[in-house]
Design a protein around this ligand. Sequence first.
Ligand code: SF4
Length: 430
Amino acid sequence: MTRVFYKTFGCKANQYDTERMRQEVEVRGGITVDQSEEFEVCLVNTCTVTNAADKEARKFIRKIKRDNPGIRIIVAGCSAVLRGSEYKEMSEVETVVAGHDPVQVSLAAERKSELVQIRGFHEESKSSGIGDNPSILSYRRSATRGWLKIQDGCDRKCSFCATRLARGASRSRSLEEIINEALILSQRHPEIVLTGIHIGHYGRDLECPMTLSQLLHHLLEMVPGTRFRLGSIEATEIDDSLLDLVNSSGGQIAPHFHMPLQSGSDPVLRRMRRWHSREEYRTRALKIAEKLPYLGLGADIITGFPGEQEKDHEETVRLVEELPYTYLHVFPFSEKDNTAAAQLSGRVSRKVSRERGMQLRKIAEDKNMKYRSSRSGGLSFVALEQQGRNAITEDYLKVQVNDSELRDPERIYKGTLGGSGRDLYIDLHS
Ligand code: SF4
């Protein structure tokens, strides 16, 4: 039996894809191991979000082969789609799977294929099967919260984004498949995160189109007792019916939105080829915060995008200060070949990008601490993590659990928050 170690780079969607690969390899008799154990195969699921991400994968491949000369390395994922020939040329790499097809990966692990080139990378091969439906993921390894990918790909054309180049147009999974997967995942996971590349466009491409709110409505009905959380979603795609559903769900949909902002300046947003203005984002965010009694609110921001002037950055700072963010993910702009942004003039130095990032991170940190303290004394419903030592609240705060009693990780617990700032903790009620 082949012992396989999996290494994943990149986003939640990529991590979900690795879980599907792991499951398929296991169905065919493979064994999943950690890096500290012995293994024959290393599967590297790559990310291509920046040139640095490609480089990081290549560095990892060289190192793992140096440390374990006898292993076979399979490279898959987004970077393998866009830079397959570069991986093919690496002497350390045995097989390249251009995409995320679990069957192609498992065949490569079994050594039933030498070099796989997939033309229609978004079309999956037929799996050997889990139950009646081969494309269903049954659990997420070593995790309390399950992930469920509801769609892949994206129809937008943001100038900095290579993800859509690697993953193609938006493709939604059917309602039936999603409900089946949610039912199975809910047996092991008290919370399921709905993930994808552009989940706000869920259902547009289906034969009978449906919206994300309609999908959630079905999930609440068919999978009661499980909490759902939305992965990253664009502010302009959170409509009133979605907000009403969050409010009326009795906590079954977590009051947490991660809404990419990227920049708070209109000229920069235009160069990024974002479809919304600063004001459209701002009014939507304020409306969302007004409608929900409390809310975990996050965003991605890119600093030092080509052409970003000091006044553009100040616009972003002002917007971040105004909106009720509880955390931010801030990245300095990093070039990516083949994207429109790579051709733009007006490079911003790394030093300036980093300084702007540090300023935004500092504001976000202060907001995060204030928000955490404001929740002290309030009730919360948490999913346990790390053997019950930590927990994730509905509004996406990581808190310590105030006792070390062993508990069932497969349910949501109610408790009272105490402490403040970084030291926020929860006393569980039962
Ligand atoms: S919305 Fe923009 S950044 Fe997001 S996946 Fe689509 S093209 Fe990329």
